[in-house]
Design a protein around this ligand. Structure first.
Ligand code: PRP
Ligand code: URA
Length: 209
């Protein structure tokens, strides 16, 4: 599918399988999500632009590569996005962070917004939005709408698991935003859960069910 990258690295796939297992504990689930997020971060940032700066090594001067442009923004869709955010920040500690508070109404499956805080200058930065689950895509679409309304123009979306229905809806709504995911599962069930999936990511991360 155009604009969608499935990150099929063996370590990602192995860790994801353990996360899916229903007997995996909250502590293990959270640790694995943090580990996996560093691997996903590596892939989602793979083609960032570089420039060079003049440095002195102990041997001689050289023009050495560094990331070009302003610091990245990682935008976490709360709550579960924070599970990806932590590992991403381990790898890119200077990144700026946006928080987008959204939860899915269980009856309507529509997102309810309760918080938004982001750097002012989104227009000048690459924004990488993180949320482990892309199910109906209602939450991700709403998050992108909000970020674009606040000026973001260069956005990528990183998730762990996606439903084919969600990928299709997301790409139709925001064809300019590339999607990165570790897997695209079979389908959504009648309650809007990804099947086979891993259950409710927020509840599994925080032990709230
Ligand atoms: C989950 C998940 C996504 C959303 C995906 O969050 O983290 O944000 O559902 O579903 P969608 O694609 O159908 O919108 P949830 O609403 O359960 O909130 P939480 O992270 O606070 O648990
Ligand atoms: N949100 C989740 O946490 N899991 C799903 O399967 C769908 C939405």
């Amino acid at each position: 599918m155009d604009g969608v990258t499935v990150i099929d690295h063996p370590l990602v796939q192995h860790k994801l399988t353990i996360m899916r297992k229903k007997e995996t504990s909250t502590a293990s689930f959270r640790r694995l999500l943090r580990e996996i997020s560093t691997l996903l971060c590596y892939e989602v940032t793979r083609n960032l632009d570089l420039t060079t700066i003049r440095i002195e090594t102990p041997m001689e001067a050289m023009d050495a590569p560094v990331l070009e442009g302003k610091k990245l923004v990682f935008a976490s869709i709360l709550r579960a996005g924070n599970g990806l955010l932590e590992g991403m920040l381990d790898l890119v500690p200077a990144a700026r962070v946006a928080h987008i508070g959204l939860y899915r109404d269980h009856e309507t499956l529509q997102p309810v917004e309760y918080y938004f805080k982001a750097p002012d200058d989104l227009a000048d930065r690459l924004v990488i939005v993180v949320d482990p689950m892309l199910a109906t895509a209602n939450s991700a679409i709403a998050a992108m709408d909000k970020l674009k309304e606040r000026g973001a123009r260069n956005i990528r979306f990183l998730c762990l698991l996606a439903a084919p229905e969600g990928v299709e809806r997301f790409c139709a709504a925001h064809p300019d935003i590339p999607v990165f995911t570790a897997a695209i599962d079979s389908h959504l069930n009648d309650k809007g859960y990804i099947v086979p999936g891993l259950g409710d990511a927020g509840d599994r991360m925080y032990g709230t069910k």
